[in-house]
Design a binder for this molecule. Sequence first.
Ligand code: UT7
Length: 320
Amino acid sequence: MTARIIGTGRAVPAEIITNDDLSRIVETNDEWISSRTGIRQRRIAKEETTAGLAAEAARKALEQSGKAPEEIQLVIVATCSSDYFFPNTACLVAKELGIRHAAGFDLSAACTGFLYAMNTAQAYMAAGMYENALIIGVETISKLVDWKDRSTCVLFGDGAGAAVLEAADTGFIGMVQHSDGEKADVLTCRTREMNNLLVSGDPALDYIKMEGQEVFKFAVKKVPECVEELLEKTGVSKEEIRYYILHQANSRIISSVAKRLKVEEDRFPMNVNLYGNTSAASIPILLDEMNRDGKLQKGDKLLLSGFGAGLTWGAALVEW
Ligand code: UT7
């Protein structure tokens, strides 16, 4: 038994912030941002919350899947920007949508989170534990960004993407996932320091810190490696893959991966220009756009690959 995707959805905040808008708050400009990253604008949450965006994306995915909320057995939310330490976002989504009988938990694997969530859900189904799952990648990462740091604040955006999986004979073909804590320091966002009756730490929250070039080098090396690893493992050739749906961090990373794999770039769809890097939400937002734009045909093989803080990375191969 494996799992197939039977519905997708997405939700993004209403407010659009352009590169020109950012050039008024930090020393940057549209030319630098768009030529180095491909990003032209991003959505930034104002009224929207992590749970609210997640629920909206999930509602659309459920509608498309034809599943009623009370039928859902498992909810996994991938996020690193939840509204609360607890309860988890999965329970808040369940509350909002009327999902009453599901196991629910959040999963933290930064920009690789949605991929880890999908792999986890399908493993539960392969083991016969659940017949369906709602998986969501969501971030209001703008609240973790230091808006005085031009090297990071121009990169990120908020949003959510969701998918409903159902146990089936075909669909999910295989996956690989990895992590390596050796380079944990190159992309971080710490929580509060310890500040209790024994220790007087600084109770201030930290912001995202990134060594951009280190992350760039890691991505362009590890993503092609894990794509090759997955193709080898599943016996599927590069040519059989209709689309390579990669985490949308930077168009130069995606172009470079295409080049290294010797695959035409038009099989690497991109929307980083519209949303920036939405971390765990980027893969499901793009998947939903392609689905709703009618770009995916039954039987298409899609290779999804994510990479990010941890460092974490991985890939999954699914048949549409
Ligand atoms: O989601 C997964 C995690 N994230 C990623 O995948 C991001 C991976 N890394 C990257 O995408 C790229 O490294 C960045 C887009 C973050 C940076 O691009 P880069 O080509 O590596 O630039 P850089 O960090 O080497 O900076 C080049 C110059 C520096 O100035 P000097 O030292 O050459 O005078 C920076 O200070 O660009 C400057 N700079 C900026 N200038 C204008 C850095 N940020 C900005 C900015 N506007 N926003």
